[in-house]
Write a protein that binds this ligand. Structure first.
Ligand code: PGA
Length: 252
């Protein structure tokens, strides 16, 4: 299973140092078959590289990655910059990027293609709003978000081998309103169908669930065969809590 921590814009330098140091010491992050990933703010890439590279097996990455090589894009960060700090991963299309930075499906497709071409593993986030869910449009919204990326990757002949999908219903993020097991299982099944009917069928891309995952609800979510891990926000900010969630994921 892949258990990914999305710190968002949280933790001071001291807190980040403590978290990464403690996490590097916890056995669970090195367990066979388990992959922990830390999506840290860009200013902590150097710290993550220094602490985690000697710890082995633990991944780290950026919470975004621009679609261009370099240039006049104030505030943005490139794939080469991520790679320069040992990042193996990029989180792309998070709903907060879609909402607050107005990222479109097309832009997210370009970012995903560029990051994959550069050799990064991409966690591509998809998710419907509460209004979409209430209107019964959830499957169509997710297909639309996913298809735009998959079609573009096929057009660009970019392999999907390093693509991971995170299903994150917007209404479940940071709200404590975790999706029901049936909602998760149904949507993961739908995403699997979309992936299987895409041009590059056959790759067994993991599908993570994200949205208010914590130590209390983790076990039942991880018991679903369709769940390949989790993208965790709030519950990832404490090293011990995050590690215990990783331990729970291994007990399925
Ligand atoms: P949450 O965030 O666990 O705090 O709901 C998840 C995410 O946004 O990735």
């Amino acid at each position: 299973m892949i258990i990914a921590a999305n710190w968002k814009m949280n933790l001071s330098r001291e807190q980040a140092l403590h978290h990464l140091t403690r996490s590097s010491q916890l056995d669970i992050h090195h367990a066979p078959g388990h992959q922990s990933v830390f999506f840290v703010p860009a200013c902590y890439f150097g710290m993550a590289e220094e602490i985690l590279s000697s710890a082995g097996a633990i991944g780290w990455g950026g919470q975004d990655c621009h679609q261009d090589e370099a240039g006049a894009f104030t505030g943005d960060i490139s794939a080469d910059m991520l790679l320069g700090f040992g990042c193996g991963w990029a989180l792309i299309g998070h709903s907060e990027r879609r909402q607050y930075h107005f990222e479109t499906d097309r832009q997210i497709a370009h970012k995903t293609a560029h990051a994959l071409k550069k050799g990064l593993r991409v966690v591509l986030c998809v998710g419907e709003s509460l209004a979409d869910r209430q209107a019964g449009n959830n499957d169509a919204v997710i297909s639309g978000q996913l298809d735009t990326v998959l079609v573009y990757l096929a057009e660009q002949s970019v392999s999907t081998a390093n693509l991971v999908i995170a299903y994150e219903p917007v209404w479940a993020i940071g709200t404590g309103n975790v999706a029901s097991l049936a909602q998760i299982d149904d949507m993961h099944g739908h995403i699997r169908d979309v992936l299987d009917s895409a041009a590059q069928a056959g790759t067994d891309n993991p599908i993570l669930y994200g949205g208010s995952v914590n130590e209390t609800n983790g076990a039942e979510i991880f018991s679903l065969g369709s769940v390949g891990g989790a993208l965790v926000g709030g519950a990832s900010l404490d090293a011990e809590k995050f590690a215990s969630l990783c331990t729970i994921s291994q007990q399925k």
